[in-house]
Design a protein around this ligand. Structure first.
Ligand code: OGA
Ligand code: MN
Length: 303
């Protein structure tokens, strides 16, 4: 028997009683789809599972977005190459020392964002699994925002004003606005031209969301500074405390978030005393199972 509880007054479900070590059932798939439509973010409470069980579960909901360089980048064998890594371990699984440089790399994720909104392929969900989680006092909680509730509370004039607007999502500019120093070398190693998404997104159940976040740096038709100010004001609105839920990780948790109507942010670690091993499957709405950069290259090659 699978049950769903709501952990925040506005959103965030807790799914209890699923067994992801067993062959997934249609009941499980439907329960999770329904819970996600209602809550936008859900934690599946679960004992330890393997990467393969995690990937099998993710594929029930759409084709995987594969990590950049899938199939060509070095892997350790420690983790399935289909998964993204979020944590403080190097390829061999050793804790990365708590240096300013290592901390800076994590900074981008500490601004609220929707994963992959800078990619042309429409991202659906991310599913992050806590393999090894530091105690909450050591940092590493993850924060979530409900963009539907934030939309609902906008004044009617503002809703009408943003309805036709198109947001510009620019990975490197977002990193710069987050305070990171972005070098030409970094840009050259990862070419990410900006993409556009509507500022208001309508979910299949009819609820609307104001789609801003760390990668959304402007608005089509506005000057750069005007667009930046405009999306920053919306960002300040959606990240107010009443829309935020803080998740404290328990080992085995899989937190699933809607990238179309929720934002998330990492919180910094305070020490390198603990291992943080978090692995993420990302699913798209549709399309081939491919790494987003490879997809972009193919689109460009095809004209
Ligand atoms: C991610 C992410 C936050 C965290 O995996 O996309 O932003 O707390 N993670 O690890
Ligand atoms: Mn993220």
């Amino acid at each position: 028997m699978i049950t769903v509880n709501q952990l925040h007054p506005l959103f965030f479900g807790e799914i209890v009683g699923a067994d992801l070590t067993a062959e997934p059932t249609e009941e499980l798939r439907r329960t999770v789809e329904d819970a996600m439509a209602q809550h936008a973010v859900c934690v599946v409470r679960q004992g330890p599972i393997t990467d393969e069980q995690h990937i099998r579960f993710a594929r029930l909901f759409g084709p995987l977005e594969l990590p950049p360089g899938y199939g060509s980048r070095p892997t350790s064998g420690r983790m399935a190459p289909e998964l993204f890594f979020a944590g403080n371990l190097d390829l061999d699984g050793n804790i990365k020392p708590f240096t300013p440089a290592n901390r800076d790399v994590a900074k981008g994720a500490e601004r609220f964002h929707a994963d992959s909104s800078f990619n042309p392929l429409p991202s659906k969900w991310s599913m992050l699994r806590g393999v090894e989680c530091p105690p909450s006092e050591a940092g590493g909680d993850t924060l979530f925002v409900d963009l539907r509730a934030a939309y609902d509370d906008l004044a009617d004039e503002m809703k009408a004003r943003i309805e036709p607007m198109i947001g510009i999502h620019d990975f490197w500019k977002g990193r710069e606005y987050a305070g990171l120093e972005v070098t030409e070398d970094m840009r050259a190693r990862m070419m990410v031209p900006p993409v556009e998404h509507p500022l208001v997104r309508t979910m299949p159940n009819g609820r609307k969301a104001v789609f801003v976040g760390g990668h959304c740096t402007g608005v089509v038709g506005m000057s750069e500074s005007e667009g930046h100010d405009f999306v920053e004001a919306l960002y300040a609105h959606v990240t107010q405390p009443q829309y935020v839920h803080r998740h404290q990780w328990r080992e085995g948790d899989i937190v699933i978030w809607e990238n179309r109507c929720a934002l998330h942010a990492a919180t910094s670690l305070k020490t390198d005393r603990y291992r943080r091993d978090m692995r993420r499957a990302t699913v798209n709405e549709s399309g081939p199972e491919i790494d987003a950069y490879e997809y972009r290259r193919r689109m460009e090659a095809a004209g």
